[in-house]
Design a protein around this ligand. Structure first.
Ligand SMILES: Nc1ncnc2c1ncn2[C@@H]1O[C@H](COP(=O)(O)OP(=O)(O)O)[C@@H](O)[C@H]1O
Ligand SMILES: [Mg+2]
Length: 244
């Protein structure tokens, strides 16, 4: 399998906090990889290092065979790296269509192409019928979808979703998982960060487990979650008694 993203011996500290500790893992092209671990394990820091918010102190990050270090956030976005934030930030003044179209204009040479791309994205994300609604009127779960739609307008190869299900009801969560699957089916590789294990096992082809910034385990979701080290570090002693 071809790796689209490789972290090799990556290290990052914030003052005295060793957030990422000599971490190595690959993201394979086309997969949905779950990145899990307890609070503070370094999941969001991984996203920030890959998307260019921070630079690693040492180690190598490779995207599509290109080393990432000095490229800015927009450079990396143009290379095909997209991410959502834990708290969505819509363009309050714009309609649903315009907020996707505005970004599509930056990533398409012709206005016609940008318009077509925005329409296709609204179709995929089930926004077509409310395309003229102001973003500020969207409920929270739809704001998360709009965040994904705006990411799609950057024509990503890798989409990193950082806790995009937090605060959703089970029904909203299932609809969101279906959306992530549809996005993945268009050929976009997904890095999926989530606390709800039922969602991770339903969605992810593979998981990587972090603990205190270091690699702990990887493999098929159900297999990894049965490992003693993972249960101890993350899931807690009670986990074995919980169905999901
Ligand atoms: N900008 C920052 N400044 C200082 N400490 C940070 C910063 N970002 C993350 N950290 C610390 O790095 C560690 C990993 O955080 P984070 O990547 O957010 O974990 P996770 O997303 O897995 O919950 C935590 O101890 C956190 O407090
Ligand atoms: Mg986080």
């Amino acid at each position: 399998m071809k790796a689209i993203m490789q972290l090799q011996d990556v290290d990052k500290s914030f003052g005295g906090v060793h957030a990422i500790n000599h971490l190595s893992f690959d993201i394979y092209e086309g997969e949905i990889l779950g990145l899990i671990g307890p609070n503070g394990a370094g999941k969001s820091t991984c996203v920030n290092l890959i998307s260019g918010v921070y630079a690693q102190d040492s180690g190598t990050i490779i995207f599509n065979e290109k080393k990432l270090l000095r490229q800015s956030i927009p450079d990396r976005a143009f290379m095909g790296i997209a991410r959502t934030f834990q708290s969505p930030r819509p363009f309050e003044g714009l309609s649903v269509f315009d907020s996707v179209y505005t970004i599509a204009l930056l990533y398409n040479r012709r206005m016609k192409d940008a318009e077509k791309a925005a329409q296709e994205i609204l179709e995929l994300t089930s926004f077509s019928s409310i395309r003229n609604l102001p973003c500020s009127k969207l409920p929270i779960e739809k704001r998360k979808w709009l965040d994904m739609a705006r990411c799609l307008a950057t024509r990503p190869k890798l989409l990193m979703l950082d806790e995009c299900l937090a605060g959703l009801t089970p029904t909203e969560m299932d609809a969101s998982l279906a959306l992530v699957r549809r996005i993945n089916a268009t050929g976009i590789t997904i890095l999926f960060i989530e606390h709800v294990m039922a969602a991770v096992t339903k969605l992810c082809h593979r998981v990587v487990v972090l603990n205190e910034g270091a690699f702990l385990s990887q493999g098929a979701p159900l297999t990894v979650m049965k490992e003693t080290a993972v249960i101890k570090a993350y899931l807690g002693e009670d986990y074995e008694n919980v169905e999901n």
